[in-house]
Design a protein around this ligand. Sequence first.
Ligand code: PLP
Length: 468
Amino acid sequence: MTPNKQDWQQLDKYLDLFSQITRDFVDTLEQRPVAAKAQKAPSLTLPQQGHDLDELATVMSEHLLPNLSASRGPRYWGFVTGGATPVATLADWLVTSFDQNVSKGGDSIATEIERQTLGWLNQLFELPQSFKGIFTTGATAANFLAAMTARQFAGHQQGINVAEEGVYGLDIKVFSTTPHASMVKSLGMAGLGRKRYQQVTSVDGTEAMDTQALAQALARCSSKGKVVVASAATVTGTDFDDLLTIGKLCEQHQAWLHVDAAFGIFDRLVNGSDGRTRGIELADSITLDAHKWLNVPYDCGMFLTRHRQYLFESCDVPAPYLVQSGEEPDFMSLGVENSRRFRALPVWLSLLAYGRDGIAHWVNKNIRQASELANWLAQSKDYEMVRYGDLNVVLFRPIIKGLNEEQLGRLCDETLSAINADGRIFLSPGQWQGQKIIRAAFSNWQTESDDIDIAKKVLLEVFAPKQN
Ligand SMILES: *Cc1c(COP(=O)(O)O)cnc(C)c1O
């Protein structure tokens, strides 16, 4: 097949095929194993002459469709995973249909839609409109921008323009208690070093920062550039740092405060701005994820900052043919990429379609489901409910009397493998206070209480053979 313009005359044929694939995949979502059984690349070779559409359909149905993950479905509870709603799914299709390049304004409304969507997200989460930012590929990319922006700020405090001169000679100290792994990676990528953060002690029995320990660390710190990375919430225990206290300490010590609120920000839809994220408005920058609890397709996250100038200085594209198109900085000068897809569209259309109430509905539902599973586990004689932090994540492990910690760790690994091999639900591993645990995280809009019943059944069945 050689493409030419006439291909568009056959658009219906393409739409039929790809719509059918979409329909079949969605229709079979609940029947297929949540994790694919075969994951090896198919035995296909690069063709000299391309295949026609019918052959492509065959290739896809034989080699691709049977071995996909059902992670967008209702029973994939590994990591923190959303599944795109119908509007978000097809909005993402339109992103590709429209194929806009949201690098700079001047030829499309797409840039203004991205700005509007960021403003709406501030409203959704009750954040001041002084937070400006950009859509990223996810929370990792947002955390990377946070590291870049914070180091630019730290540079300014000591007369170094890091974007121009580099990090050599920069005096910077980072404090955090339980940073997400992607934040640690970002410190490395930004040239600050993965090992260069000082771990502030946690509040006993939690992953949250001990703010008195932070106060002491900041008071003792003689570094000219101070950065605090806080969590709302941590990915394992869903613990929230006390952002109000931390925010005030940062103001007092002229420290940059970055808050990784990838999925914890959704607590605001349940408990408002006075709940566990109280004080987040004191942050200098915030990371948010959209492809988790907002249930839009990969890849979609957001970086917000009250000091866009530092972001701009870090990411500005110095080329004469790329002069800025308006008063607001172009998006290519606020992020990693020059050319960018119209990533805001699925979020914009989701917000229009579902509104604040629609989103709050599935967030509340997921929290109820996590709490139901936690209660059931607490009653179970086969499992120990290790931790439920009143949000969407439950930590637990299988338990057999008389086993030592090492044996319990092995039992935990084996049980998790058996659960995932069963194929009805999918969970991921973790560690809590040094012990191995299994983690169930609920952030999919489609999950219903029948799915929790299925989970209970699986957990009972998987455990049973272990007892003899
Ligand atoms: C998931 C997550 C990340 C990383 O996000 P990606 O979108 O996978 O890049 C960062 N921080 C927290 C708290 C997360 O939950």
